[in-house]
Ligand binder design. Sequence first.
Ligand SMILES: Cc1cc2nc3c(=O)[nH]c(=O)nc-3n(C[C@H](O)[C@H](O)[C@H](O)COP(=O)(O)OP(=O)(O)OC[C@H]3O[C@@H](n4cnc5c(N)ncnc54)[C@H](O)[C@@H]3O)c2cc1C
Length: 256
Amino acid sequence: LGLTEPSGGSDLSQIKTRAVRVEGGYRLTGRKKFISCGGQAHQITVLARTSDEVRRGFSLFVVDRDTPGFRVLEALETTGWRASGTAALAFEDIFLSDEHRIGPEGAGLLCLMRNLHTERILLAAQACGIAESALEISAAYAKTRMVSGRSLNQFQATRQTLATIATDLYAAKALTLRVAQRLNGGSWAGTEVSMAKNISAVVAQRATAAAVQLHGGAGCLEDSVPARLHRDARVLTIAGGPLEVMNETIADGLGF
Ligand SMILES: Cc1cc2nc3c(=O)[nH]c(=O)nc-3n(C[C@H](O)[C@H](O)[C@H](O)COP(=O)(O)OP(=O)(O)OC[C@H]3O[C@@H](n4cnc5c(N)ncnc54)[C@H](O)[C@@H]3O)c2cc1C
């Protein structure tokens, strides 16, 4: 899904990629950045400007990888999600027939919002999964790692940390499941989706930071599980919409 551009991703109104009407379709020109699977995907769904209107000025298009004018500019090495093939892409005067447009012209943002709700609840679930893994490996390590003649789980500080993470995780999971059920039932639930994404991402970051700390030097090894979980969690308050943007959605939704 190609939304983000070199000039920014938080504010989609700033998108510069443009699809200009021509006979039988459109000509698409622009650049996208940080596109997950961009290096491998056979098809990219691209958000482009089709007019200068604020809300109805964007449309979605499907671009096949082998279309002349499509290029993968660069594979990007990200701190987390290293297996996701993040890439920078170029679309150079690509001809797209009308069939390549998803939904009516000008309905790009509306179509996208529905999709983003699904993406964000999945990111919330991913965050809960990461936090759960961090808790599991931390609890297991604390039982076996001996420090000053005692296993780590015999230190009150360790028990407090594990209990706090378990509680945070329970709350994040409960909210994520509840919001997923509402989405499945057909509710719009944009405010709650943003809440679920934010709380789960923050819990994942806390849980994985604690896992690294508890593993000591072993958690600082680049190829260790705690380090990988920590890197993957780091991305979660940015990708799919930064924490602050989610908070703006929540504030709007609650009329603040
Ligand atoms: C691993 C990874 C995978 C990604 N995959 C995709 C993908 O598949 N498709 C895609 O289109 N994009 C993807 N992205 C891009 C991601 O969605 C953007 O990075 C994100 O939306 C932020 O855009 P930006 O990086 O341009 O940051 P900017 O828009 O420049 O924002 C920078 C920072 O400013 C702050 N900020 C922004 N808005 C506000 C506000 N309203 N109030 C207060 N603070 C604010 C936030 O802290 C934000 O992180 C991916 C990113 C990463 C890291």
